[in-house]
Design a protein around this ligand. Structure first.
Ligand code: C2E
Ligand code: MG
Ligand code: MG
Ligand code: MG
Length: 278
């Protein structure tokens, strides 16, 4: 009896696994098709503001997958999938093109994009980025590429060459999610960046009664190294005020603005008074 029940359970478990696998395969096919045909991938833009004046510095471009049945799928889901499928470079190209097209004419605004370590390691990356900038009339010094500490940067590796080439052309780099991993401080020694983006987990901790010592230490260290700082995930007025008093350079978060569509962005930029948030 027990054996029979056991088999039954396995049969049910097996079917469930089967469904999961089929769902996954289907999603893979759909993502490939979306990226291939350049459909359903829609870049949204989150404003980044100067902490002291409240002026709009620029925007971070963030990818969205508008799935016809499942609605908007998060990049936390489809970016790792695109990496596994070997199509992350194509995704990156779509986002860069959309962002340059949307922001090209706004000469005073910086465009930040996220680059996967795999993308940076592809031979074609630096020249492709520079030619896209040229195509849309975006000066390279308006582009900032956000990288993460998971990037393994061996000397003379393709990624090191890409970063050097792009830096020489005027593109700047930011270390994203700073402090979230195990080796952030160590990575700063060999990743040449211009800015660190302080991970949201540290900003969350800036609540009444909690100590701001860690964020303060990160900002002082950045200043000592001549790096700019951006706080990610600012959600409360209290956090904003603490960050301003600590001398953080730039602020990004739902308190100031959520990521917005291209249409909303243009509406905002065409009303100059709204370029300030504080
Ligand atoms: P990230 O680069 O660290 O981007 C910041 C994430 O925090 C975004 O999530 C943004 O919507 C969210 N965020 C901003 N302010 C707040 C806030 O105040 N509260 C909360 N709760 N969240 C906030 P999103 O857009 O879901 O992106 C997640 C991650 O996916 C990004 O983290 C980035 O690592 C990756 N990603 C997004 N677009 C791309 C892309 O085009 N290429 C690559 N390679 N990765 C991307
Ligand atoms: Mg980022
Ligand atoms: Mg981040
Ligand atoms: Mg993140």
């Amino acid at each position: 009896h027990a054996k029979a029940a056991g088999r039954g359970r396995f049969a049910i478990f097996g079917k469930h696994m089967d469904d999961l696998l089929q769902g996954r395969r289907k999603m893979e096919r759909e993502l490939r098709a979306a990226i291939d045909k350049k459909v359903q991938i829609e870049t949204v833009y989150q404003p980044v503001y100067a902490a002291d004046t409240g002026a709009l510095n620029g925007v971070e471009a963030l990818a969205r997958w508008r799935h016809p049945k499942q609605g908007v799928i998060s990049p936390d889901v489809f970016v790792p999938l695109a990496e596994e499928l070997g199509i992350i470079s194509e995704l990156g190209r779509i986002v860069l093109e959309q962002a340059c097209e949307a922001l090209g004419p706004y000469q005073d605004l910086t465009i930040s994009i996220n680059a996967s370590p795999l993308e940076l390691s592809s031979d074609a990356y630096p020249l492709h980025v520079l030619s896209t900038l040229a195509k849309f009339g975006v000066d390279p010094d308006r582009l900032e590429i956000e990288i993460t500490e998971s990037l393994q940067l061996e000397e003379k590796s393709q990624a090191a060459v890409a970063i050097a080439t792009l830096r020489a052309a005027g593109v700047s780099f930011a270390l994203d999610d700073f402090g979230a991993g195990y080796s952030s401080f160590g990575r700063l020694q060999n990743l040449h960046v211009d800015r660190i983006k302080i991970d949201k987990s540290f900003i969350d901790a800036l609540s009444p009664g909690d100590s701001s010592a860690v964020v303060q230490a990160i900002i002082s260290m950045a200043r000592a190294k001549g790096l700019q700082t951006t706080a990610e995930g600012v959600e409360t007025l209290e956090q904003k005020m603490v960050l301003q008093s600590l001398g953080c350079d730039a602020l990004q978060g739902f308190l100031l603005s959520r990521p917005i569509s291209r249409v909303e962005l243009h509406a905002m930029l065409d009303r100059p008074r709204e370029r300030e948030c504080l």
